[in-house]
Write a protein that binds this ligand. Structure first.
Ligand SMILES: [Zn+2]
Length: 161
């Protein structure tokens, strides 16, 4: 499985020509290629129409961008570990939270709140409100109402509805 991913990644990286002309082994081409990519966005796939470049059908989408070419590709969490991602643990937590939200749980992890803010899905006020309220055991009625409306905003932003 990982060889499929490696070949696919090399093919869409700047190193592609050198690999094709046999100047590089797959291993060395891949170790160069994986550094060209960074995560640009993550969200959830509601339609059964996305595949990771390794061929796997995927629900959790990781959009990656090639820093040299400016091109974009989609991978799944199946292959997320195969490129150099600093935020790997954070993204894993957010995907777990996506699943909970998808199951209509009213849960927001601080990682999801921060990420939604970073991607302009929620504003500064909503971010501080959520970070503050998510620590509380009991919310007032008004807080609960606002909490649910921010959750809806996040669900729409990450295609969880
Ligand atoms: Zn994959």
């Amino acid at each position: 499985m990982s060889e499929l991913f490696q070949k696919a990644l090399v093919k869409i990286s700047t190193i592609s020509e050198d690999y094709k002309s046999n100047k590089l082994t797959l291993q060395s081409a891949y170790s160069l290629a994986r550094n060209e990519w960074e995560v640009s966005f993550i969200d959830y796939n509601n339609n059964n129409d996305e595949n990771c470049i390794c061929g796997h059908y995927i629900k959790n989408l990781v959009y990656i961008e090639n820093k040299n070419l400016g091109t974009e590709a989609i991978i799944g969490n199946c292959c997320m570990k195969q490129i150099n991602i600093n935020d790997y643990e954070m993204i894993k937590k957010i995907f777990k939270n996506f699943n909970e939200l998808k199951n209509n749980e009213l849960k927001l992890k601080k990682e999801t709140i921060n990420y939604a803010h970073q991607k302009n899905i929620i504003n500064d006020w909503e971010k501080s409100f959520c970070l503050d309220v998510c620590k509380k055991k009991n919310m007032t009625l008004a807080q609960g109402k606002k909490w649910r409306s921010v959750i809806d905003k996040i669900k729409i932003g990450f295609k969880l509805i």
